[in-house]
Design a protein around this ligand. Structure first.
Ligand code: NAD
Length: 421
């Protein structure tokens, strides 16, 4: 399937359908999940620093709220489109159900290239977008969060804009805020921490040692960096990382702390880094095909395609990005006995800690990081064990097992509530 033919929402629908059939559910039980409950498209004009006017497309899709308010990140990227946002919203519905937190699924985004925008322009775009989606978001309605190219600063502007419109402070409108304005310090690293916990849970079950395990990570942003650093602390050897500019490889392991300092301080790309003699430049394509124990895609969708799946050499794929593996590629990996830990499980740490942040905001409370991280591990491990149990009982892949656990819970909720009116 070419890049143009790939449609993440169609892939989402096919996987839901397969899970429904494997659960033996009549189609009527989950038909409702085939269409998002609400899709909002907005236009975002801003006056740029040079005085010219640019108009951007923005979206907020609310997929399902049977189990709680809609919840999901906001993405700024040139490739943002409605089908991508619909798929990301659908995956959020499943993810929140799988880890059993009281949320439904949503996602938002703006089609823009933030690397070409100044801080002032980013602030304007964020404030205007917030104003445009304000009628459909709310602390008990829909709570945005960070995703690709959005961060704690952008969440702060969303919080401030929404509070100005409403006339009082409403920190719980958004999660992933800085600590100083009711954020939860552990949120920034939560998705990466969740990836590390998933790797640990998997290796514990398989009775394998993490020490010396070789890992390649595609995507060195919020999620990839934290996963790399925490897994290195556990004794893994991170031999390769990459970003949009390309990657770095060192067979003895890269110095992740140094790389983080370089990328973070300069908002720089890995390819601009001065390397030592043992480190080589590699492409993203090469990184995906490296002979490592674990491959962690932590960038975007549609990275592990059929062709990559045929040539991939890792024993395990732990999906930190949303939707990095296509359905066709998934089948090839299954045939080749390559274990895939699905995104809705392995990257759920972010939304779990978002939930903790929101609970604290609602109660004007502040938890210690130790409590947040302990509760994160408990929820993720509980979900992992359920996925493992269904995988063993039903003899399905981990992805199918995760979808089955998640879908079953949503269907049960929908049945108890009934369809209005
Ligand atoms: P980010 O913007 O912080 O980082 C993205 C990284 O991917 C950057 O290093 C970027 O250069 C790289 N990248 C972009 N395009 C690439 C390409 N074509 N090839 C290789 N690298 C590329 O984003 P993030 O928050 O780390 O999100 C990464 C993934 O994790 C996304 O799929 C996101 O949906 C998912 N995710 C994020 C969170 C969260 O809390 N931030 C939670 C759950 C899932």
């Amino acid at each position: 399937m070419s890049k143009e033919e790939y449609n993440p929402y169609s892939e989402f629908l096919l996987t839901i359908d397969e899970a429904g059939q494997k659960l033996g559910l009549p189609k009527d039980d989950y038909k409702i999940l085939e269409k998002p409950e609400r899709e909002l498209k907005v236009s975002i004009p801003i006056e740029k620093d040079d005085g010219s006017v640019e108009v951007y497309d923005g979206y907020r899709v609310q997929h399902c709220n049977s189990r709680g308010p809609y919840k999901g990140g906001v993405r700024y990227h040139p490739d943002v489109n409605i089908d991508e946002i619909k798929a990301l919203a659908g995956w959020m519905t499943l993810k929140c159900s799988l880890v059993d937190i009281p949320y439904g699924g949503a996602k938002g985004g703006i089609q823009c290239d933030p690397s070409e925008l100044s801080q002032t322009e980013l602030k304007k775009i964020t404030r205007r977008y917030t104003t445009m989606i304000e009628p459909i978001i709310g602390i008990d309605k829909d709570i945005p969060a960070p995703d690709v190219n959005t961060n704690a600063q952008i969440m702060s502007w969303i919080y401030d804009t929404y509070s100005m419109i409403k006339g009082h402070n409403i920190p719980g409108i958004v999660t992933g805020k800085p600590r100083i304005i009711e954020g939860c310090l552990a949120r920034e690293g939560a998705t990466g921490r969740g990836v590390m916990i998933t790797v640990e849970n998997l290796f514990d079950k398989l009775e394998k040692e993490l020490e010396g395990t070789t890992i390649a990570i595609q995507g060195f942003g919020n999620v990839g960096q934290v996963a790399a650093e925490l897994l290195q602390e556990k004794g893994c050897k991170i031999v390769a990382v990459s970003d949009v500019s390309g990657g770095l490889y060192n067979e003895d392991g890269l110095d992740i702390v140094k790389l983080r300092e370089f990328v973070g301080a300069n908002r720089a790309h890995l390819s601009e880094m001065e390397k030592d003699s043992e480190t080589q430049n590699i492409t993203n394509d090469e990184l995906l095909r490296l002979d490592v124990d674990i491959l962690i895609p932590a960038a975007l969708e549609n990275q592990i395609t059929e062709q990559v799946a045929k040539e991939l050499k890792a024993d395990y794929v732990v999906e930190a990005a949303n939707g990095p593996t296509t359905r066709d590629a998934d089948l090839i990996l299954e045939e080749r006995n390559i274990t895939v830990m699905p995104d809705i499980l392995s990257n759920a740490g972010g939304v779990i800690v978002s939930y903790f942040e929101w609970v604290q905001n609602k109660e004007s409370a502040r938890w210690e990081d130790e409590k947040t991280n302990r509760k994160l591990r408990n929820l993720l491990t509980e979900a992992f064990n359920q996925v493992w149990q269904t995988y063993e009982e039903k003899q399905v892949s981990f992805r199918m097992s995760a979808y089955m656990v998640a879908l079953n819970r949503i269907v049960e909720t929908k049945k108890i509530r009934g369809i209005f009116p």
